[in-house]
Design a binder for this molecule. Structure first.
Ligand SMILES: Nc1ncnc2c1ncn2[C@@H]1O[C@H](COP(=O)(O)OP(=O)(O)OP(=O)(O)O)[C@@H](O)[C@H]1O
Length: 256
């Protein structure tokens, strides 16, 4: 059984005087535990697609099923890691995470212990009483991931989660996120502009065509790369081959 199924997704935004067709005819299946990425030219509909998959936006046509149920009824099973961490500055790290659980209706007697355990796992063992402004950008993104994982989501949506970070922090965080998601066997969907990030982290990379976005090409990442950490994968010869193929394909999609 497929974990996530997209069937014939089309989406058009209507305004009073005009309309924009953002996506046409997107169908795909995702296995449980799989990590997929969407790459594509700017404006091809990646964010629109992510919102539809998350059940936040109703597509003009088509449907999204998560564990065979309409995704609109499973919104609480979906977690997010975004470019911005959206931590409340007046709350401590621990309070931010517990608030996430409360909003999700998942606050229990052992939430605090679980939160501290997750912070420890993310090498954030000593920051629970700190405030967000006392942390670096990379640490705040790790807190954002803990806040999401604490709600035990079945599906994780990663919308350019590393794009605001410096390069070194980004590479470190890619490794940490990848190993953490593997250890929790989480299914994840990444939207990124970074070809290397998509190849290093994913099982499959979907390339979308320019607007209206449709599936242009799927790249299957070989086991040799998938079994390595994203950082180490970058030095594998197959990584370079894939990077070049995707780059050429993307170039061919861009207008002259
Ligand atoms: N709320 C909206 N109303 C009208 N048009 C919209 C709306 N949101 C997005 N669009 C249009 O739909 C198209 C797809 O937008 P979307 O943000 O999904 O693309 P994207 O691939 O995520 O872009 P980028 O790579 O630049 O982040 C764009 O042409 C955008 O202008």
């Amino acid at each position: 059984m497929d974990f996530l199924t997209l069937k014939g997704i089309c989406h058009t935004y209507f305004t009073k005087s005009s309309f924009t067709t953002a996506l046409t005819d997107i169908s795909l299946d995702v296995r449980e535990g799989e990590f997929i990425s969407f790459l594509g030219p700017s404006g091809c509909g990646k964010t629109t697609l992510l919102s539809i998959i998350a059940g936040l936006l109703k597509p003009t046509e088509g449907s999204v099923l998560l564990e065979n149920k309409p995704v609109e009824s499973k919104k609480n099973d979906i977690g997010y890691m975004l470019q911005q961490d959206y931590l409340f500055p007046w709350k401590t790290i621990e309070e931010n995470i517990l608030l996430g659980l409360k909003v999700n209706g998942r606050l229990t007697a052992d939430s605090k212990a679980k939160t501290l355990h997750l912070l420890e796992k993310m090498s954030l063992g000593k920051v629970e009483t700190s405030y967000p402004k006392q942390l670096s950008g990379g640490m705040r993104q790790r807190v954002a991931l803990v806040r999401t994982l604490a709600t035990e989501p079945k599906l994780l949506m990663l919308d350019e989660p590393f794009s605001a970070l410096d390069y070194q922090t980004k590479l470190k965080l890619e490794d940490l996120v990848s190993s953490t998601l593997k250890s929790f066997k989480k299914t994840a969907i990444l939207v990124t502009h970074d070809i290397g990030e998509a190849v290093a982290m994913s099982d499959r990379v979907f390339l979308l065509s320019p607007r209206p976005g449709k599936l242009h090409k799927t790249f299957f990442i070989p086991e040799e790369i998938r079994s390595m950490s994203p950082f180490n994968a970058r030095s594998h010869p197959m990584f370079n081959e894939l990077f070049q193929s995707i780059w050429k394909e993307l170039e061919s999609l861009e207008p002259e």
